[in-house]
Design a protein around this ligand. Structure first.
Ligand code: ZN
Ligand code: FE
Ligand code: FE
Ligand code: ZN
Length: 273
C-alpha cells in the first residue's frame, strides 16, 4: 500500500486537471490511496489564483463526497485507489478561528497545514522572490520554523506539509539549522502531528525532497509519523519519485507511514520498492 496525500486540482486556480484525471493516473501508477488536498480559501487576504475561491469549496467537497460515498458503500472498483477528502490549509497567525470554522464545516479525512506566508510575504511564490534581498537568511529560517511550530501547536492540522519549504529557492541559513530541526521535531511529536515527505522539492530550484534527511532523521528520533505527498499540480505528477521518498524514509529508520479517515490516523507498512 502507498498513499499520495497531497494532490491539487484545477479548482485552486494554479493547477490543471479534474479529480478524475488525478485518480486515473494514481491507478496507473499503482497507488492504493489518493488524498486530495486543494488549497483552502485564504481568509484574510485577496490573492486570486493562490487558493480555491470560497464559492468553489462546496463544489470540491461535494464532488469528493459523492465519490467517497460511492466507494465506501460499494467498495473501490478494480484497481481504483481509495479517495480521501483532504485539504491544504495555510497557517497564518490570527486566522485560526476562521480556518477552524471552515474545517469544521466539512468531514475532511485529513488536513495538511502549510506555512507559505511570513507576514504578508508569500515567500515560496516565484513572483515574490525579490523580497529575499531584504531579509537575512538566518532570520528568515528562524521565522519560518517558529511559524511552523506554531502551526503544529494550533491542533488544527494532522500533517505539516513540505516541512522545510524555506529551502525552496536555495536560501540557507549561515548557522547550523540542527537546533531548528530538533525543536520542530519535538514540537510535532508533542502536538501529535505527522510530517510530510514531499517530492515536489525535487523539481524546484533546491532539487531535493522536503524535508532534508537531517530534519527527517530528527523527526524519526522523536517518533513523529510520516505521510507521502507529491504536491501534484498536474495529473502526470501524482506519485512522482515516490520510490525515492520511500527509500529516504527507510534510510533514516521509518518502517511505516500514515493514512487517515475522518481525521483518525492509521499506520501502514512501507512497501518494498
Ligand atoms: Zn498549489
Ligand atoms: Fe503548499
Ligand atoms: Fe500543495
Ligand atoms: Zn503544497
Amino acid at each position: 500500500m502507498l498513499a499520495d496525500l497531497h494532490v491539487h486540482t484545477a479548482r485552486c486556480g494554479h493547477a490543471t486537471g479534474s479529480i478524475q484525471d488525478y485518480i486515473d493516473i494514481a491507478r496507473q501508477r499503482g497507488l492504493t490511496e489518493i488524498g486530495f488536498s486543494d488549497h483552502l480559501p485564504l481568509v484574510d487576504r485577496d490573492l486570486p489564483g493562490l487558493a480555491m475561491k470560497s464559492s468553489d469549496l462546496g463544489g470540491y467537497v461535494g464532488e469528493l463526497g459523492r465519490l467517497i460515498g460511492r466507494q465506501r458503500a460499494e467498495g473501490a472498483v478494480d484497481g481504483e485507489p481509495a479517495v480521501l477528502m483532504g485539504i491544504e490549509a495555510d497557517y497564518i497567525p490570527g486566522t485560526e478561528h476562521e480556518v477552524s470554522r471552515m474545517l469544521d464545516e466539512y468531514e475532511f479525512d485529513v488536513v495538511l497545514g502549510s506555512v507559505h506566508f511570513l507576514g504578508d510575504w508569500p515567500f515560496d511564490h516565484p513572483d515574490y522572490r525579490g523580497r529575499y534581498e531584504e531579509v537575512s537568511s538566518d532570520d528568515f529560517w528562524a521565522a519560518y520554523f517558529a511559524t511552523l511550530e506554531e502551526a503544529a501547536r494550533t491542533g488544527l492540522f494532522d500533517v505539516l506539509a513540505h516541512p522545510d519549504l524555506a529551502k525552496k529557492f536555495c536560501v540557507f541559513p549561515s548557522r547550523d539549522p540542527s537546533e531548528l530541526f530538533e525543536s520542530l521535531a519535538e514540537t510535532a511529536a508533542h502536538a501529535g502531528v505527522a510530517v510530510e515527505i514531499n517530492t515536489a522539492g525535487l523539481f524546484k530550484p533546491v532539487g531535493e525532497i522536503y524535508p532534508s534527511r537531517e530534519l527527517l532523521a530528527a523527526c524519526f528520533a522523536n517518533g513523529v509519523p510520516i505521510t507521502f505527498g507529491s504536491d501534484a499540480h498536474a495529473p502526470d505528477e501524482v506519485g512522482r519519485e515516490f520510490a525515492q521518498a520511500v527509500a529516504l524514509a527507510r534510510s533514516v529508520g521509518y518502517r511505516e507511514a500514515m493514512t487517515y479517515e475522518k481525521r483518525r490516523p492509521r499506520a501502514y507498512a512501507l512497501p518494498e520498492i
